[in-house]
Ligand binder design. Sequence first.
Ligand code: NDP
Ligand code: MG
Ligand code: MG
Length: 332
Amino acid sequence: IAKIYTDKDASLDALKGKKIAVLGYGNQGRAWALNMKDSGLNIVVGLERQGKSWEKATKDGFKPVKTEDAVKDADVIIFLIPDMVQRTVWLEKVRPNMKKGADLVFAHGFNIHFKMIEPPTDSDVYMVAPKGPGDTVREYYVAGGGVPVLVATYQDVSGKALEKALAIAKGIGATRSGALVSSFKEETETDLVGEQTILVGGIMELMKSAFETLVEMGYQPEVAYFETINEVKMIVDIIHSKGLSGMLRAVSDTAKYGGITVGKKVINEDVRKRIREAAERVRSGEFAAEWVEEYNKGMPVVINGLKENDNSLEQKVADELRELIERGKPKK
Ligand code: NDP
Ligand code: MG
Ligand code: MG
């Protein structure tokens, strides 16, 4: 059974007064910097260039500095820049300028697990990985809650790496929910398998398959969109709060029977086999190597995939129905 820490087990003391450099001010960077500052920690935002992030951080009350200046006397260095950028920034800006023995902290284990960053042996290396998008990390914190995280240690020179990971988890509000102890290997591999087979890839292709099939059969695209894409959120919200059994109890008996019998035929053993194959490719490092190559080529496959979706019938219907859908949502 997993070890889970909550607010009462975590203290900010391990990091009080220390200088914490947050590298990047994007999805997670903004949320972490603001939450930790509001929790009373000493934050400096480090950025590579005077762009959008620089402006945003300044507007939010930070005085961003160049990466090399942020890490110079930092006790803790947190990597919240894109995974594919971290190796270069590490080699060119962080390693040459960091204080000996400073902590290296990650929100995802990719670069450490796949050995793209080889940390010095005298640094504590640990991870706080939010299980939700950055905007939600900020939104929940402001509302008095927190998004759960996985915490893990890779190098524990001081003997205090876990304590410090929990201090960060507390600083971003996560221990109000829970910090579950994992490892760099487990977090990295499950995160990749999750986003490929369900969260991003699986759900998107399942929605598209159902939508396009209904349209091919002559049903109106708008009706197909409501049924196969829009309503997913409502069902997932019930699963989110009550689990799968709670969801089954909330739908009609007809839906229960149809779901229980037909679901297994659509998502059959063959699908499980391919989920397994995807997971094995992640585990072996084959996916990581392929992704690094794609990134270095300028992400042609990603750009093409985005374009395809932008031009899809699904997206046209989404744009057409947006106003109607937003109009019906409960007012805050
Ligand atoms: P983002 O893509 O939002 O990071 C953008 C930030 O990185 C911006 O401040 C941007 O600055 C800077 N940046 C972009 N390109 C470069 C570059 N070439 N050199 C230097 N800085 C650059 O990152 P995320 O927040 O999505 O991810 C950060 C980490 O958090 C990753 O390890 C990710 O796996 C992890 N994570 C992310 C989650 C998410 O929901 N997004 C969830 C859990 C973990 P500028 O504006 O100047 O371009
Ligand atoms: Mg994830
Ligand atoms: Mg991920």
